[in-house]
Write a new protein. Structure first.
Length: 201
């Protein structure tokens, strides 16, 4: 994942009213914290940051230009969006250093096709991993090509990029493969449900 450079302005006003004024000015209130330093309150350019999230996901690493101060590297930790209007309300940023390991959740993508008659259940959509802050994978993939009913794929079975390690229980179930119900079983289940409903009424 490539670094993205963004200008960040210090914020001196706080509270809901100040946050609204910041957003009206086309900026997003954000807090930069980590490494035992005092939290820094900054404002990020709204359009540019939204584009970063769209193109790089929520694990984007930002090079923050803080004006006169030295640039800071920061990992996008939490992005809070408005539940109805879908704009970004607030961002939490975590200070990182080159070579530092961070724990993040990355998208887990299933690839391939199981054998006919198999029903696939994806139990986990995000996999927690530890990776170099500047080399966080955009996603990890797990192949179900040709797998048979009765197969279970656990977190330890997922092949991770070099330098990335698992940060959850290796036995956590990722994908469960069972036999798809037959048409007869589906009809039988529907008949049982109808019979149960008539008995209750």
């Amino acid at each position: 994942m490539s670094e993205v450079r963004l200008a960040a302005e210090p914020r001196t006003e706080f509270g809901k009213g100040a946050a609204r004024r910041t957003r009206r000015a086309g900026k997003i209130p954000a807090v930069l914290y980590g490494h035992g330093s005092d939290p820094k309150h900054v404002a990020l350019p709204a359009l540019e940051f939204a584009r970063v999230v769209r193109e790089h996901g929520t694990n984007a690493v930002l090079t923050l230009d803080l004006g006169g101060a030295a640039n800071e590297l920061a990992l996008t930790k939490t992005v809070t969006t408005h539940p109805l209007k879908n704009y970004i309300e607030h961002v939490d940023l975590l200070l990182v250093k080159r070579g530092e390991k961070v724990t993040v959740e990355v998208l887990l993508v299933i690839t391939g096709d199981a054998v006919p008659g198999a029903l696939i259940t994806q139990e986990i959509s995000q996999l927690q991993v530890e990776a170099d802050a500047l080399n966080i994978p955009d996603q990890v993939e797990v192949s179900i090509a040709g797998v048979q009913p009765g197969t279970q794929i656990h977190a330890s079975d997922v092949i991770l990029p070099e330098g990335t390690t698992l940060a959850i229980d290796p036995e956590a179930l990722v994908v469960n493969v069972v036999a798809a119900p037959t048409a007869e079983q589906m009809e039988g289940g529907a008949e049982e449900s109808a019979a149960a409903e008539s008995t209750e009424s």
